[in-house]
Write a protein that binds this ligand. Sequence first.
Ligand code: ADP
Length: 609
Amino acid sequence: MGKQKKERLHDIIGIACGVFLLIVLVASIISANTTKTVGDANVSADAVTLTGSAPGRNGPVDVEIVADAEKIYQISVTNHEETEGIGTVAVEKLPVAIYENQSLEVDAIAGATITSDAIKAAVVNALESGGLDPAVFQRAVSAAEPVEKTDVELDCDVVVVGAGGAGLTASVLATQQGEDVILLEKMPFVGGNSLRAEGGMNAADTKVEAELGITDSTVENFVDDTMRLGHDLANRELVQTLAENSAEAVDWLFSIDAPLTKVVATGGTTHKYLHKPEDGAPVGEYLVEKLKAQAEKLGIDVRVNTKATEILMENGQAVGVKAEDAEHNYIIHAKSVVITAGGFGSNFELMASYDPSLANAVTTNHAGATGDGIKMAQAVGADTVDMEQIQLHPTVIQQDGTLVSESVRSHGAIIVNTEGKRFVNDLAGRDVVSQAELKQPDGYCFIIFDQHLYDEVELTHKFVERGFAITGKTYEELAQNMGLKGEAVQNFVNTMTTWNESVAKGEDAEWGRNNGMDDDLSTAPFYAIKIAPGIHHTMGGIKINSNAEVISTEGNVIPGLFAAGETTGGIHGGNRVGGNAVCDFIVFGRIAGQSAADFAKSAAVKPAA
Ligand code: ADP
């Protein structure tokens, strides 16, 4: 072949490769939010391709199916915005389960119920769009064959129970100290309640604040605010530890590529402590993603779908845990044990034992928040504190426990009752607003916003897409659509007019609100979401000291046993300040990781006989 021809051939091959790579790139971008098609290439002559859609947690979930009246041959989720690591687990697994069982009665993926239900509803929608009867696929799913579990023994330096914010932090820290860590997580994904934190992390006297010229955010102010807002019930020593270590914790986050660079005020505090990601992203998702990446980078043995059931003790010292997954019973030997299994805001029986009125309450908590860590620690003699202190959040959508975060009110939304009236400073502490709501008629209220706020605050879109918002072109029409009766309609119109006047004056003479008043609520159409208080955070739990060591009912340290995060008590007292849960899981997660690593090093030691 002549030189010129060869060069031309090279050029053609080069261009072809380039085009191919481009196609691959575009295809991978397009498929970033889609699943591969699940199913069978051999389809009947009657089969048709159908599309369907249903609202998920963050937006519409679209599916495409190939089906006839008797069989679903193929399913793919063609578009979704579900949360990475949670909803995406359902997106990956549920189509497989539906196809393999030819049934829509398959179990939802634990912890991802909204996405699972959305996929099922989208399939129903697709079937119906083609005139196929979804009832055919409502068949019972045969129970899985019972598995004979294998016994497995594992060894490590530090075993950590629960992979939320505290567990991930403790594991990363202990690994950074050279320890060999096993991190257990009973759910199909890491993150727990931490993943749901939207606001930020409180921290005092940080370098970030210094750079922003904030000089009055001191450890002393942080401690005073936390104590005062927690009704002076918290353990001051723990709060002091929290505040004193918060700046270093923020530095540490920078060091693991998780910078929090914005600082704003949070509800009720006297100064600015709330540190957020630069782009204002929800802090929980952001930090869990970064901590998870760090755990992967460090090669930590993270085991999802693995539930710890018992702390192993030898001569009064914690020496490991028992755990199980679908196929194994584990005995995990460890030099130290860290409990970071979160709170009990999804354990209604346990909550009702402290406050019977909570038996039927709605919760914002993930399904895994059942208090396992507290129960396991109690079983080996740990003491608990403040178990009856259960925080309600005032703006929870009752249908499914979705939280309408404070930021909607911070941008100008107000709360009205079924008489069409405001009844509280809508941006007072969570406890104050929740208690005021509980005194209103009918057991529910409405959060109200307008089109301008909707356009400004993106997180409101999901409420509308999921059908939670009631709308009206005028205040009167909105009131009627909200079901307000008689004079409540006129009351509502008056409330809105008065509120807009208050915003114009910059003064809420009625209820003394002094923030979130930059914009009025005058741009039609108008929106209302029905809300009531819901369980948010269990502030009590395992008793610890400032080293995250677990304290027994006799008041002694239980050697080898450490705890951090929502599983512990004493840090929030009677009311948790927004931003302090994240501070708690990072600060005490680090302390627990460090203490457990130190103990593991010293306790190459066998437990004393
Ligand atoms: P924190 O903010 O204190 O980290 P999270 O709720 O974020 O609390 O995390 C606690 C984690 O512990 C959750 O992911 C939860 O599923 C997990 N967990 C709870 N009980 C167990 C258990 N018995 N075994 C393993 N993991 C558990």
